[in-house]
Design a protein around this ligand. Structure first.
Ligand SMILES: CC(C)(COP(=O)(O)OP(=O)(O)OC[C@H]1O[C@@H](n2cnc3c(N)ncnc32)[C@H](O)[C@@H]1OP(=O)(O)O)[C@@H](O)C(=O)NCCC(=O)NCCS
Length: 194
């Protein structure tokens, strides 16, 4: 059962709380995100990732949430059992006139392969399709990323193409090819839990 706050600023799933970033979380975020195995797959996250970068992000989110209509829903992911912030997920670049938005996410490596990515993405897809009434979601995945495409395909995202030498991730500075994925609302069905 996924619970959403009225303005979608907080989302609760079985094991996770997706919520607004706060200064109290900075140590957790720096520990989990200052890791090249994570940031090499993200576009705008520097390596090393410092407290000042987290502070910038917190201010950036506070600004974005004030925008009307809100076109960006960004969350840090808290693990309920420990209270640790273990990652982040967001729905960004929402264009309500086009009915679409872009998903992005990361988790600290210690927390990979425990189903948390699936749990958080499921909540974000429901937010997009059921609550915000979008009709299409998009995601970009750097070529070579071992896990993100698997996660997207689990939820019905289809590989729609490859953009050649399209992006330069901040952490590595390497020009990279990028796959693009898309999911239409009518294609989405929640996979069965194992
Ligand atoms: C992408 C990411 C969030 C996935 O999170 P996760 O919690 O490990 O994912 P889950 O445990 O929910 O696994 C989802 C599916 O992917 C599979 N998977 C996860 N990691 C995998 C890997 N390294 N290789 C192959 N399959 C993998 C799982 O087996 C699972 O499939 P299943 O449910 O059919 O068994 C995580 O790997 C990550 O943060 N990576 C670094 C940052 C990143 O790549 N962000 C995305 C940028 S586009």
């Amino acid at each position: 059962m996924i619970k959403y706050s009225q303005k979608n600023t907080r989302i609760e799933t079985e094991r996770l709380i997706l919520r607004q970033p706060t200064k109290a979380d900075i140590s957790d975020v720096v520990r989990n995100l200052s890791d090249l195995e994570v940031s090499r797959w993200l576009l705008v996250v520097p390596f090393p990732y410092a407290r000042k970068d987290a502070l910038w992000y917190i201010r950036h989110c506070a600004e974005k949430i004030k925008k009307k209509p809100q076109t960006d829903y960004s969350y840090w992911i808290e693990l309920k059992e420990s209270g640790e912030v273990i990652g982040g997920i967001g729905l960004s670049n929402i264009k309500f006139d086009q009915g679409k938005g872009t998903v992005g996410y990361w988790l600290g490596t210690r927390h990979h392969k425990k189903g948390y990515g699936s749990e958080a993405l499921e909540a974000l897809i429901d937010l997009a399709f059921k609550r915000l009434k979008l009709r299409r979601l998009e995601a970009g995945v750097l070529v070579g990323n071992p896990s993100s495409g698997v996660l997207l395909e689990k939820y019905g995202f289809k590989l729609e193409g490859l953009k050649r030498k399209a992006v330069i991730p901040k952490a590595t500075g390497k020009i990279s090819d990028e796959y693009f994925y898309g999911l239409l609302r009518q294609e989405y069905s929640r996979p069965r839990r194992k």
